[in-house]
Write a protein that binds this ligand. Structure first.
Ligand code: SAM
Length: 322
């Protein structure tokens, strides 16, 4: 499956500046996409540096095959498989990891992938169409209450009840198999919408997140990533909606708190140390980036650094996170 839609990496310089701390280091790009961030990471590494890239999308795997850089190793898998990927390479820890979450422009812009309400295509939405079930298949069987919950919880959609009812009514007449069909059913149920937002935006987002288990994937990946970054190394995550960012922010904040045992008298130097510190607040793209790449408008990047476990290491926890 090939396509010609390109992808502009979001927060490119900011993310790569944050993640690469040693030009001879080993790094992970957990969401290769079309390799925009990977290319920039490789540009910062010297000949002994190494980059392990992961993506679950077969089109991303095809794009990675076009790269001839011997320092790059691509693995087509889920990000939650990170631990096994590193084990297979005998890598206990790496120097930094980057995750640029969500969907790529080629996924959204290729009608055959079925992500878009703007271009008609088969209603699929799987990042890896070789596993799991398509949205069309799921919609053909799901009960109305479960459908309502998915649309409400993952789309933060206030018309979830009405949309679920319309979908269930429509599928009794004819199965919903294309993105245009779903979009028109949803439009009939949504009475008002924020300016410049399509009636189906939130429903499509919800179904995409659900069918790809996107939030579960992030929640499974984070503790593995945290364990496998060396002291001083960085974890960089770019999210595109508040549900994702909440998971990332809470995880980092949890890691930034020392787990102090209750009722144990401890001297200051015996106090357990936090394992990560948040580096600054969440970073948003500058206006000129958003002007050139509207997909960047909802991006939010968080950076955490693994604490160096030595006495006297200054622990700076920034509690002013957005
Ligand atoms: C925003 S794009 C990344 C773009 C990339 N940084 C670039 O510059 O080209 C997100 C990518 O992550 C992949 N992805 C999302 N969730 C994933 C998961 N759980 N496991 C593996 N890949 C995932 C998608 O297939 C998509 O290609």
């Amino acid at each position: 499956m090939t396509n010609v839609v390109s992808h502009s990496p979001v927060l490119l310089r900011e993310a790569v500046d944050a993640v690469v701390t040693d030009p001879s280091g080993v790094y992970v790009d957990g969401t290769f996409g079309r390799g925009g961030h990977s290319k920039e990471i490789l540009a910062r590494l010297n000949p002994t540096g190494r980059l392990i890239a992961i993506d679950r999308d077969p089109d991303a795997a095809d794009a990675a095959k076009m790269q001839s850089d011997p320092r790059l190793t691509f693995v087509k898998t889920r990000m939650s498989d990170l631990g096994r990927v590193l084990d297979a390479m005998n890598l206990e820890q790496v120097d930094g990891m980057l995750f640029d979450l969500g969907v790529s422009s080629p996924q959204l812009g290729t009608p055959a992938r079925g992500f878009s309400f703007q271009r008609d295509g088969p209603l699929d939405m799987r990042m890896d169409p070789t596993t799991g079930i398509s949205v069309a298949d799921w919609l053909s069987n799901v009960d109305e209450a479960s459908l309502r919950e998915v649309i409400r919880d993952y789309g933060e959609e206030r018309f979830a009840k009405q949309i679920a009812a319309k979908i269930v009514a429509a599928r009794c007449i004819k199965p919903i198999v294309s993105t245009a069909e779903l979009s028109s059913v949803v439009a009939k149920a949504v009475r008002t919408r924020e300016r410049r937002q399509h009636a189906a935006t939130r429903t499509f987002q919800a179904l995409r997140i659900f069918i790809n288990q996107e939030l579960e994937e992030v929640a499974l990946m984070l503790p593995v990533a945290a364990k496998r970054i060396r002291p001083g190394g960085r974890l960089v995550v770019i999210s595109f909606h508040s549900l994702e960012d909440r998971i990332v922010k809470r995880f980092i904040q949890g890691q930034a708190l020392a787990q102090v045992p209750r009722n144990l008298p401890l001297r200051a130097r015996e106090m357990p140390r936090p394992s990560f510190r948040m580096r600054g607040r969440g970073v948003r793209p500058r206006q000129d980036e958003v002007d050139n790449n509207p997909r960047a408008r909802s991006a939010l990047m968080r950076v955490a650094e693994r604490c160096v476990d030595s006495p006297g290491d200054g622990i700076v926890v920034n509690h002013g996170v957005e």
